[in-house]
Design a protein around this ligand. Sequence first.
Ligand SMILES: [Ca+2]
Ligand SMILES: [Ca+2]
Length: 234
Amino acid sequence: MRQFIFIIFILLVACDDSSDGEITDSMDTDSMDIDSPNEDDTGISDDDESDDSQDTEPTEADSIDTEEPTGLTGVYFEVESIPPVAPWVEETIYDDYSGTSYFRWPDVADNSNGITANQDAALVYEFSVGTSGTYLVEVRGRRDHEGWCTDAADDACNDVWVKMDDGDWIKKMIKQGTWGEWIWDGKWEPGGSVITTEIQLNAGRHTYRISGRSNGVKIDAVRIYLQGTIAPQI
Ligand SMILES: [Ca+2]
Ligand SMILES: [Ca+2]
């Protein structure tokens, strides 16, 4: 009987060992399962790092956009994006202007042609393009039969002075045969010939200046865009 009980005891101990082994195996399995989630965590962590780097990249891109807009081929800006320089006057009398207002060059010239010869009232506009090439420069403006221009000739009351970067001041017209309506005019007169304004610009920052020439001329907005592309809108 004692031998039988001892054998049962031995069997019970053997079963416990087996049970411990199963638990140990199970723990090993759990341990592997834990390792596996850890690896997944590492993967998630990588994803997080990836997200972080993605978060960083747009910031760097924004920085690039600010300094040198990659690929940008056109800009549109309102003349009133900067304060008027005297004697330029900011007005909203004639509607259908772009943006919030326009600038008028008042009747300051007292010569027979109503022309200001110097360019000391320059409006200075900074802009950037991201593509080097030939650009068209157009100014939106108008002239009206009023004040000094009431009985002015058809080629009067329509000119401003413009200057790109370190170039010369050049007479630019806002005319196209019209009175009393807003128009886009891309013509200027370098060297005595009226031609389309085509300027070679490198990618980067540039400065465009406008000063008054003709009594009564009004300017509203400017668009500068790569030749062969669609003119930028408001
Ligand atoms: Ca003229
Ligand atoms: Ca405007």
